[in-house]
Design a protein around this ligand. Structure first.
Ligand SMILES: [Zn+2]
Length: 304
């Protein structure tokens, strides 16, 4: 058994029910998931929110791992307290230290399964490349967004999000459970091989680099003045061309995309992002060579 310990988090958002349900079944039937000789620590990220079927209680747990919040001793937000607790229990210097965190989410957007990495940490990119090589999943690289900071996996030396959709919030869906299981197994298989030094890395990876987000048009009172255009709905990962319809006003007027660079939209009309005033994010699809130092960073963390 590898000394590598991987924290597996489900239910970071309490109304994403499929990965937590998979964990429940797994605890009763351990052979349900092949952990590929990696030590795993499955936890429910936000059990109190899960109990209530809500995304969060006081604030988004997956935006609560900001240094300033974690340093603050007088927080009244239960999610900040939970973030501190998760780090105290399973953080790199915690009671049961884990070196890698895999955070399992679901989306209402028609994204299929994908990987989300935050910033350009070398080990994250190497791990994402390995899973992409195995399953072909797209990688969304989220960075440079001052409004969205403090993601859970950033509390660990290496980590990424597995995002699976589309599925409504709070709906148990067999296909989503199965896709979550497959992506998780591929991830654990890759980590098992890395930790035993058995793996060769791909030469390249395809990333979708975050460019920015678009909000719905709004009226003078801040209310939505248009909806996502029906021709755009469900077309995540499909590049926008100049003049493509973005939004539809009640009077039938269409607001069109004015850029020229064929950005790739993701999280189109994600229900949870309505409150964040994000109707979709735009990305740039890029082919990157996989650098040797990224591999070495992952191998070092995985102990091979
Ligand atoms: Zn989520």
């Amino acid at each position: 058994m590898s000394r590598l310990k991987v924290l597996l988090v489900a239910g970071t958002h309490g109304n994403e029910v499929n990965a937590p349900w998979l964990f429940d079944q797994w605890s009763e039937t351990p052979e349900l998931i092949n952990t590929h000789a990696v030590q795993v620590v499955p936890v429910i990220g936000n059990p109190a929110a899960r109990e209530l079927g809500r995304r969060y209680l006081d604030r988004d747990l997956n935006r609560s791992f900001r240094r300033d919040l974690l340093r603050c001793t007088s927080s009244s937000d239960r999610e900040v307290d939970r973030a501190k607790e998760l780090l105290r229990l399973y953080g790199p210097q915690g009671d049961r230290p884990c070196q890698i965190a895999i955070d399992l989410h679901s989306t209402t957007a028609a994204m299929g399964s994908c990987l989300v990495v935050y910033g350009r940490r070398p080990a994250d990119l190497a791990l994402a490349a390995l899973i992409q090589a195995r399953l072909g999943l797209p990688i969304y690289l989220h960075e440079g967004d001052q409004d969205q900071q403090g993601f859970l996996v950033e509390g660990w030396p290496c980590g990424l999000v597995i995002e699976v959709g589309p599925v409504p919030q709070s709906l148990l869906h067999a296909c989503i459970v199965e896709q979550t299981r497959l992506a998780l197994e591929a991830c654990l298989e890759a980590l098992g091989k890395v930790s035993s030094g058995l793996l060769s890395f791909p030469d390249h990876l395809v990333v979708h680099l975050h460019l920015g987000s678009l909000d719905l048009p709004r009226d003078d009172f801040g209310r939505p003045a248009a909806s996502v255009h029906p021709q755009l709905q469900g077309r995540d990962w499909q590049p926008l061309t100049a003049g493509a319809p973005l939004f539809l006003q009640p009077d039938g007027e269409v607001i069109r995309f004015k850029g020229r660079d064929f950005p790739v939209p993701v999280f189109i009309n994600e229900a949870a992002y309505f409150e964040k005033h994000i109707a979709m994010s735009l990305t740039s699809r890029e082919l990157w060579p996989l650098l040797k130092e990224w591999q070495e960073a992952l191998q070092q963390i995985a102990g091979s």
